[in-house]
Design a protein around this ligand. Sequence first.
Ligand code: COA
Ligand code: MG
Length: 293
Amino acid sequence: MDLQTHPYRSVLYIPGSKERALDKARSLPCDAIIFDLEDAVAPDAKAEARATLAQALSDGGYGKRVKIIRTNALTTEWGFEDVRVLSKAGADVILQPKVNTYADVDNLSDLIGPDLPIWTMMETPASVFNAREIAAHRQVTGLVAGTNDLTKELGCRYRADRMPLLASLQMIVMAARAARGVVALDGVYNRFRDGEGLKHECEHGRDLGFDGKTLIHPAQIEIANTAFAPTQYEIDLAKRQIAAFEESQKQGQGVAVVDGQIVENLHVVAAQRTIAKAKSIAEMAELVEEENA
Ligand code: COA
Ligand code: MG
């Protein structure tokens, strides 16, 4: 699988300790899974979760869903063993929690070697300040907003419009884009039975530039999948923009006009990106349909 063109609309956390959820995920329509050993697992269940998770990964069956393992921090009593056991368990990515600095990423890199891509949780004020260097680390290919931890660390209030988190969220997206090719994922929406609220927050994250949303419950998947996918209107518009631009170039013109709006080369690049994204989403949907047939 190509991790670069893969969609990341819906990225579901699953507690490594919950066998039933680990099994259920084999047929869920999420684009990626974060197998969690950290905050979703109670201290006295850590060792067992590690073994349960290693077994689930070895059993496989997760298809094209990108497999991400979130270990405990290396500063905890579980971190080293998590990394030792699970960095070789067949996941696609290791997700490092409570990162503050570039050096924190380097420490993990030294332990696991250069081959397994690293994503970092962006959940401390320091990580947000250091986002640019963290995202530029040679092994880092994704940043995940940890909005619950950030809210706690900042001492800010929870607000539906996320105004207190806006600066942090934008820094995360900017750092990912400045580093080029780094995935940026939005934080979780805690009220997992509130579909309307989730939809609103997904659209907010999408409009800020995130590639997708991290999720905590299967009921959230379809909502995120829809919010982060280009609409049919956007796909059609992209095609019309590309066609109009090609036509105007043939006529020796540098720009075109579609629906009363200018189309320049940069709009064509964005249109091509929209079409590539729609294609990878369609491929993903086809595979999930086959699995459930
Ligand atoms: N991944 C996969 N399957 C999940 C799931 C998840 N994150 N959360 C729930 N399910 C499954 C349940 O196992 C259950 O399956 P079943 O019908 O086969 O028994 C089904 O979805 C319905 O679950 P439901 O009863 O509605 O939820 P719950 O009350 O059991 O659990 C949570 C609610 C929030 C505790 C649970 O969704 C969860 O643990 N989420 C992940 C939390 C997490 O990882 N946090 C760390 C990052 S913030
Ligand atoms: Mg956290």
